[in-house]
Design a protein around this ligand. Structure first.
Ligand SMILES: Cc1ncc(COP(=O)(O)O)c(C=O)c1O
Length: 406
């Protein structure tokens, strides 16, 4: 019997795409961990501002962009000057790997990451380690989808870790990692920390000051905002001491024939023309989320997750991967259907307009750890409803019947 309570939010009307029907069936969108849908306010703000950027005074566009930065910083608990715009989370992580890593990591050093990372938080460190002769080491993922703080301590006690990077929430397992505790331990060991908050900021109330990591990266298009904009929050003294990442445009103060000097933060790390419409669009997205309140977004998704875990447990042959309890997870559920390849599951659900994701989810090392080539994944946003979960479960039931799965 279901023990869940009604999810906290009812905001579907704010998301125009959710009223769309395909072949007379409603759209059941369960792929928010890949890219969230945008509320009408974000779409309208971006459309208005693209024209403004082109036709009105540049100063007006700059003011809108910098105003958005201030609100985005406040939303995540960061300072405006240390909130840097990038193209996405991937670029934010690369910024650190290049601008900080190439200067501070050398032969014999260790970069420590985890087996649950997205490729965006693996490959930049592989490139760094290959170039510098450092070693890339991994924290294990236990069978319940969690990391071990004891193993973290053990790795740190070796004295070679220069930087540790880990996800706030796994995009495959849904695991919420104890990032503040991890960052504190890394700091106490004299190393730097980076949190990949791509799945954290859209799902939890995040205060990057309280997390206490040296760097915190996230991406706009999973937080109801547009593609083409990401955010890196950094500790001021580290950003000030760091060399630039990309050169040109607004990142300079002076340029001479042989030498240049750098602009103040945050512009020192923002080369070239800014993505004004995207920044302003993300500003509208965080305004929207702030008005919903992130504690309510979290409560909503936790209740949906609890409900989905209960309903999926009713289905024979469906195995959920990751932490068993909704309190320890975000709104991301990977699962296997016995006897049916994840791609077939996704394809059959797609025929009923139930949009889930199948694949390695850009986490191939984690797939290897789990011993599977791929998983099916359903993920939620503030607009996801119980009816969406019911549609998922009903469609999965029909899939199992179709395959005669036992
Ligand atoms: C945990 C995690 N990190 C990083 C990324 C990369 O985000 P982006 O492609 O916007 O840089 C994703 C996207 O799926 C993700 O889920």
């Amino acid at each position: 019997m279901a023990t869940t309570t009604t999810p906290a939010l009812d905001v579907r009307a704010d998301f125009p795409i959710l009223s769309r029907e395909i072949d007379g069936r409603p759209l059941v969108y369960l792929d928010s961990a890949a890219t969230s849908q945008k509320p009408a306010v974000v779409v309208d703000t971006m459309n208005a501002n693209i024209h403004r950027g082109v036709y009105r005074l540049a100063q007006e566009a700059t003011d809108l962009f910098e105003g958005a930065r201030a609100r985005i910083a406040a939303f995540a608990g960061g300072e405006t000057a240390t909130t840097i715009f990038t193209r996405n989370a991937t670029e934010a992580i690369n910024l650190v790997a290049y601008a900080w890593g190439r200067e501070h990591v050398g032969p014999g050093d260790v970069v420590l990451i985890t087996q649950m990372e997205h490729h965006s938080n693996i490959v930049p460190w592989q490139l760094l380690c290959h170039e510098t002769g450092a070693e890339l080491r991994y924290l294990d993922v236990a069978d319940d989808g969690t990391l071990s703080l004891d193993q973290l301590d053990q790795e740190l006690s070796g004295g070679r870790v220069k930087l540790a990077a880990f996800a706030h929430i796994s995009n495959v397992l849904g695991t919420i990692n104890p990032v503040a505790e991890m960052a504190a331990r890394v700091r106490a060991a004299g190393a730097m920390s980076l949190v990949d908050g791509s799945q954290g900021v859209p799902q939890l109330p995040v205060d990057v000051g309280a997390v206490g990591a040296d760097f915190y990266a996230w991406t706009g298009h999973k937080a109801l905002g547009p593609t083409g904009i990401g955010v890196l929050h950094g500790r001021r003294e580290i950003l000030e001491a760091m060399r630039p990442f990309l050169g040109g445009g607004d990142m300079i103060r002076t340029v001479d024939f042989q030498e240049s000097t750098w602009n103040d933060l945050p512009w020192k790390f923002e080369a070239g023309t800014s993505m004004i419409a995207e920044g302003v669009g993300l500003g509208a997205a965080v305004d929207y989320l702030a008005a919903l309140r992130m504690d309510r977004v979290r409560a909503h998704e936790r209740e949906l997750t609890r409900y989905a875990l209960e309903r999926l447990a009713e289905l024979d042959g469906v195995r959920v991967i990751g932490p068993p309890d909704a309190d320890g997870r975000g709104g991301v559920i990977s699962f296997e259907v016995r006897g049916v390849h994840p791609h077939d599951v996704a394809e059959l659900l797609n025929r009923e307009n139930v949009c889930i994701r199948a694949g390695h989810h850009c986490a191939m090392p984690l797939m290897r750890r789990l011993g599977v080539p791929a998983t099916a994944r359903a993920s939620f946003g503030p607009y996801t409803s119980r009816a969406d979960v019911d549609a998922l479960v009903a469609s999965l039931g029909r899939t199992r019947e179709l395959f005669g799965a036992s």
